[in-house]
Design a binder for this molecule. Structure first.
Ligand code: ADP
Ligand code: MG
Length: 273
């Protein structure tokens, strides 16, 4: 038996296909996607805009169902949202009329569950939001709102954290801070993380593996191992190995976009002369 067959992945995506019915016909967003993610790994998914990254992540979260195939967590099919899985989106999605504490406690109210206040206090301290519990979202910077979203996502102690371009709306400096924060939390908790990002630097800084998706319909086009030790210092990130890996991934994505553009051009009707 090969090592791969012996492994027991935390998350397993098998033949995942999602078709959206639209006014102009069926749209195949992802087609026969296969991906195994081991417990305690950080895996980034990159790829051209519209290739189905969000669709794939939503399938992993149980937020929507697949047209074919399945996603398994610890060997069991995901059929709906679960507190095993935390999510962070590009927008923090905080309720504007609730203060920070009340926002973090909101999911517990909905589920009629008692929050673990010690754990939430630890998380709040960890992300540097201690003392801000009474503040309203409008009183917090974008970075602080995303920190709160991170606390909310981790408050249920999920074993998997799914993030969809979580820092895409932040300035470069704040984004780098957030990357370090995620690395710190990861080193503390070893939570399995799947991250969608447009930033190759972010993907390489955080991940054990970077998955490049093809243009729509999305499937896994290529995968890169990121073998650098953690924490990933500035010195590590400035090495030629990181530089070369960054360029290889960028070239792959550009290649995907070009192949899409050339397919589109071939489909254009011949111009009349
Ligand atoms: P990405 O996150 O890679 O940008 P998405 O998963 O958001 O890609 O979308 C993949 C494709 O599916 C896109 O062409 C998008 O327009 C389409 N799509 C996404 N959600 C829906 C939906 N609810 N209904 C119809 N089409 C959708
Ligand atoms: Mg998306």
């Amino acid at each position: 038996m090969s090592l791969r067959e012996q492994s027991n992945p935390k998350l397993r995506v098998r033949g995942a296909t999602k078709v959206y019915p639209t006014a102009s016909g069926d749209l195949v967003a992802i087609d026969n996607c296969n991906l195994d993610i081991e417990a305690g790994q950080i895996v980034s998914i990159v790829g051209p805009s519209g290739c189905g990254k969000t669709t794939l992540l939503w399938s992993m979260s149980g937020l929507h169902s697949l047209s074919a195939g399945e996603v398994l967590i610890d060997g069991k099919p995901i059929t709906g949202p679960s507190s095993e899985i935390g999510m962070v989106f590009q927008d923090a999605n905080l309720l504007p009329w609730r203060n920070l504490d009340a926002n973090i406690h909101f999911p517990f109210e909905i589920k009629h569950q008692k929050p673990d206040r010690d754990w939430i206090a630890r998380l709040t301290h960890r992300v540097g939001l201690e003392g801000f519990g009474e503040r309203f979202p409008r009183e917090l910077s974008g970075g602080m709102q995303q920190r709160a979203a991170l606390v909310r996502a981790l408050s249920f102690k999920p074993s998997v954290l799914l993030m969809d371009e979580p820092f895409g709306a932040l300035d470069a400096f704040t984004r780098e801070e957030m990357n370090h924060l995620v690395e710190e939390i990861y080193l503390d908790t070893r939570t399995t993380i799947v991250l969608i990002t447009h930033s190759i630097d972010e993907a390489i800084f955080l991940s054990d593996r970077v998955i490049v998706m093809s243009t729509r319909p999305g499937r896994v086009a290529k995968e890169y191992a990121v073998p650098f030790a953690r924490p990933r210092s500035f010195e590590i990130m400035a090495t030629k190995e990181v530089f070369d890996l960054t360029n290889a991934i960028k070239l792959d994505i550009v290649g995907e976009q070009k192949s899409k553009a050339s397919t589109a051009t071939r489909k254009l009707p011949q111009a009349a002369h």
